[in-house]
Design a protein around this ligand. Sequence first.
Ligand SMILES: NC(=O)c1ccc[n+]([C@@H]2O[C@H](COP(=O)([O-])OP(=O)(O)OC[C@H]3O[C@@H](n4cnc5c(N)ncnc54)[C@H](OP(=O)(O)O)[C@@H]3O)[C@@H](O)[C@H]2O)c1
Length: 280
Amino acid sequence: MNNREDFTLRPKSRPVFDGKVVIITGSSQGIGRELAIQLAQKGAKIVLNARNQAKLEAVQQEILLMGADVIACAGDISDQDVCERLVNTALQHYGRIDVLINNAGVGIQNPMEQLQPIVLRKVVEVNLLGSLYCTYFALPHIKRSKGSIMFIGSIAGIHGVPSSNVYAATKMALTGLAESLRLETHSSGVHIGIAYLGFTQNDPDKQHIGPDGNLSPCPQRDSSMVSPVDKVAEGVIRMIETRQHKRVFSGLGKLLFYLNRISPQLVSRILRYQLSRFEH
Ligand SMILES: NC(=O)c1ccc[n+]([C@@H]2O[C@H](COP(=O)([O-])OP(=O)(O)OC[C@H]3O[C@@H](n4cnc5c(N)ncnc54)[C@H](OP(=O)(O)O)[C@@H]3O)[C@@H](O)[C@H]2O)c1
């Protein structure tokens, strides 16, 4: 094995991401876009993905202007063939894959009885199946590079949140997936990480799935109650650099994580209080 090509054994003086190939799903805006820009600044070769081709090309252009390597592969990750094509496109273009960041995700903001059944399917297909398909197709190549697979979870994946029912279910499922994969790949040198994000500054174009299954704009959040998107992306990148398995972001997230072990009832009360502040 050539140690210089080994993701884990790079000399400390060499930047971790220099020349590494990173696929980021859902990278046309928000946290995914910020991850792509910061990783490109660190010398990574980026593979962008999202459904909206025009927005994806705008991010690609932005990264090209920075002088970094980037390609875009548009498509809906709830489609297995799109995920296979995404991985194959990265391989054909760059010849290797070092990091997969399963970031694309959709949220909802309605209690279950208001939802059409199609919403349940759509959220599972994007948040869970999309991550599963991308991971499935990328895993053999990431084993070869001893790279990383990251899952972007949520504090709704630590404890359920009102009006997030199916969203919370998919984010909790990512924990099961990450933990199982970590055991399965233990001897292969692959890093599997899951980031439990708290309330993060929303992209102005952020949308969620409405009760009828159509996308609708997300209300902007009070900036005093959210983490800046650049800090969140920095934290996720740091997890890959240090090969950290699990990290809970935001003070509220950390509080919920530890309290949930002691008193889930208290966590429910805190969440009800926090969400009522958001609603007002
Ligand atoms: N923002 C928060 O407060 C927060 C908190 C906790 C966790 N998270 C998680 O962080 C991740 C990113 O959130 P964000 O706030 O940055 O979201 P966002 O602004 O809504 O961006 C989502 C990205 O995913 C893409 N996408 C959506 N559905 C897709 C699909 N089926 N196939 C491919 N791409 C798809 C979107 O582009 P297209 O629409 O063009 O496909 C967009 O690029 C999500 O997994 C989310 O659950 C966010």
